[in-house]
Design a protein around this ligand. Structure first.
Ligand SMILES: [Zn+2]
Length: 398
């Protein structure tokens, strides 16, 4: 399928250092972006589907790098089906697992956690709830896992490892496990802050600096934050990615954003939700955290859109997250919400409003055009101007 999106008001690139692309058109072919900015008449005319954005803002599909995936589109923690499809209606086009710890009765022995990670990775290799891409299968670091286990997991397609819920005596016991997982090429992540469930201890700056994982999961607390003084140490003394989550401590999320800017570490600042958890299912969580960070700091709203897309893609090595030729065609149309005081998506975000989603395209396929099931209505009206494919692009009514 060839898709042309025309009449865009603004285009956010996903790269916070160069956040805008000039022009008004995006062309996609199959699952890839072909061009961003301006296009001649012929690629638009030859498209199978033309979406008229009516002046809305195109942003890269949001990448939530902390979702509690289990199996299927189901969360046992909140006993709800269909939550991932619902997140797509909040602009999240990729969900990255925070490890499959919520699987009821999940295994704790080395063979069991390996099998769980492989099974989860396989179950989402082709399954796309609502069109969402799900990166699942993060091995839970448990005592007894050996260097060879991580090599085996990597060879079988697992890309992630998670420290924080294992049966260790102290968090320092994760140090050799994280080392071995990194050596095998896995992306390592670590729970940060107070324990989220009874039985797991607090993980603070000293532990992170000893472990040196790729990503500090919910550095702002999940939901309980580590000491304020540890944030600057982690930024200065490591290259660890700073993941702030919706279901965490808002004050420390804002503190971390300001510190990341001041210490030239905003490349490493990434946004996620850490849901579903005890905090609930939050289909608009990414949009909330983008709005909270933009409206409560002096920083630009487009920076936080990029922190929720391109920066996550860079940290996790994904081919989405940017609106650029050759990237996966995951595109979200955002607008100011109808009935608000602001005129554009970015102005609304800066104002503290939740941006309205007008259309979502994933892997080059329009999943809906016109109205999200979950956000307010858009001020402008995106519509399918022409289509020659047998698909209805309207979302179920509010
Ligand atoms: Zn979590």
């Amino acid at each position: 399928m060839k898709v042309a999106i025309v009449n865009l008001g603004h285009i956010v690139s996903g790269d916070w250092r160069s956040p805008f692309v000039a022009g008004d058109t995006i062309i996609c072919n199959a699952d890839r972006i072909v061009s961003v900015g301006t296009a001649s008449a012929s690629p638009v005319e030859s498209a199978d589907v033309i979406i008229d954005a009516d002046g809305m803002t195109a942003v890269p599909g949001l990448i939530d790098s902390h979702v509690h995936i289990t199996f299927g589109d189901y969360t046992p923690r909140q006993r709800t089906v269909g939550y991932l499809e619902s997140y797509l209606h909040g602009g999240t086009t990729t969900a990255i697992t925070a490890s499959e710890v919520h699987v009821p009765g999940r295994p704790k022995d080395p063979e069991g956690v390996k099998a769980l990670a492989i099974a989860a990775q396989r179950c989402f290799a082709d399954y796309r709830p609502g069109g969402m891409r799900v990166i699942a299968g993060s091995v839970i670091l448990e005592p007894g896992l050996q260097a060879g286990d991580f090599v085996e997991l990597a060879a079988k397609g697992v890309t992630l490892a998670k420290a924080g819920f294992g049966a260790v005596k102290t968090a320092y016991d994760y140090v050799p496990l994280v080392f071995d997982a990194k050596a095998a090429g896995l992306i390592t992540t670590c729970h940060t802050g107070g324990s989220s469930i009874p039985g797991s201890g607090a993980i603070t700056g000293d532990h992170l600096l000893a472990m040196q994982p790729h990503v500090s999961f919910h550095i702002n607390g999940g939901p309980t934050a580590m000491p304020d003084a540890d944030f600057e140490r982690v930024i200065r003394e490591s290259e660890i990615a700073l993941q702030v989550c919706t279901a965490g401590n808002l004050r420390t999320a804002l503190m971390c954003a300001r510190l990341a800017e001041r210490l030239d570490a905003f490349d490493r600042f990434i946004i996620a939700t850490d849901t579903p958890t005890g905090s609930g299912i939050m289909p608009l969580g990414m949009l909330y955290t983008i709005a909270h960070c933009a409206s409560l700091t002096d920083m630009a709203p487009e920076w936080f859109v990029c922190a929720a897309s391109g920066s996550n893609a860079r940290v996790y090595g994904l081919d989405s997250g940017y609106l650029a030729p050759g990237r996966t065609a995951d595109i979200v149309l955002l607008d100011a919400p109808d009935g608000g005081t602001q005129k554009t998506a970015l102005a609304a975000i800066k104002h503290g409003d939740i941006a309205a989603v007008g259309a979502v395209v994933t892997a080059g396929v329009p999943r809906f055009v016109g109205c999200s099931r979950n956000t307010p209505a858009t001020m402008r009206k995106a519509r399918v101007a022409r289509s020659s494919v047998m698909q209805d692009f309207t979302a179920p009514a509010h």
